[in-house]
Ligand binder design. Structure first.
Ligand code: PAF
Length: 252
């Protein structure tokens, strides 16, 4: 696996392909789990060359404490990707990605302001900006995103259409723990009690209860609920337990 540290490394890696084989790209913030590895496998199944990026994007954190606590596992991640047979890993610095110190950004004015966007001001501008930059640097043919972050997936798909970007966005189903909890890098911050309560989000989203009843049941179990809503043919929720914000969604 080639380690690409700079934009010029990426461009050289991209040019170094005489057969112009399709490139599948998996953007991540590291601390990889089975959900990320499912994205990697989907990229490898559909594209001859695969590239993963690991970049903890400061622009998408509305809460500096959340950024400071974001888990980092650089060496374990590198080994997992190497073992999975990934062709290249892009690990840029913040200076490389934001030479403009985030003066220029991609901003969306409707769907980024609801659900998670209503509770995390500026979050999706940060996501869309970094993903747009990564698309320009990597120039992938296909890019892979998990359905767990359904609002993010929708916004990135819409951005690709809006800016006529020449790539396909591929949605990959959420990977879950045996008890139904959606895989997330944040799960490792859950204490034992919160960890055993956490699968309730998925259980309630799947149930016949209405959104208001789901909210009430979560609050009764000690969650601080940001939203439980239906949109895009899904039922989505975000709730905090033990100071850890969890999101999930299911198809209706
Ligand atoms: O889903 C994530 O991990 C991040 O939002 C992404 C897409 C890598 C952008 O930083």
């Amino acid at each position: 696996m080639e380690i690409l540290r700079s934009i010029s490394d990426c461009r050289a890696w991209r040019r170094n392909d005489r057969r112009a084989e399709p490139v599948g790209f998996v953007p991540t913030m590291g601390s990889l789990h089975a959900g990320h590895m499912a994205l990697v496998r989907a990229a490898q199944a559909r594209c001859r060359r695969s590239v993963v990026s690991i970049f903890v994007n400061p622009a998408q954190f509305d809460d500096p404490k959340d950024l400071a606590q974001y888990p980092i596992a650089a060496e374990t991640d590198r080994l997992a990707l190497e073992q999975a047979g990934v062709d290249a890993l892009f690990v840029p610095s913040a200076e490389e990605i934001y030479p403009d110190r985030y003066r220029f950004r991609v901003s969306e004015s409707e769907d980024s302001r609801v659900l998670c966007g209503a509770h995390r001001p500026g979050h999706f501008d940060g996501v869309l900006t970094v993903v747009m930059k990564l698309f320009h640097i990597i120039e992938p043919d296909q890019a892979f995103f998990g359905e767990k972050d359904f609002q993010q997936l929708q916004l990135i798909g819409d951005m690709v259409k809006a800016f006529h970007l020449p790539l396909t966005v591929v949605a990959v189903p959420t990977v879950r723990e045996p008890d139904g909890l959606a895989m997330s890098s944040r799960n490792q911050r859950l204490g034992p009690e919160a960890r055993s309560a956490a699968p309730l989000i998925h259980q309630l989203l799947k149930s016949d209860l209405g959104c208001r009843e789901v909210r009430r049941a979560l609050e009764g179990a000690g969650f601080e609920v940001d939203y439980v809503e239906q949109r895009w043919g899904r039922r989505l929720a975000a709730a905090r337990i033990d100071g850890v914000r969890l999101i999930d969604n299911v198809a209706l």
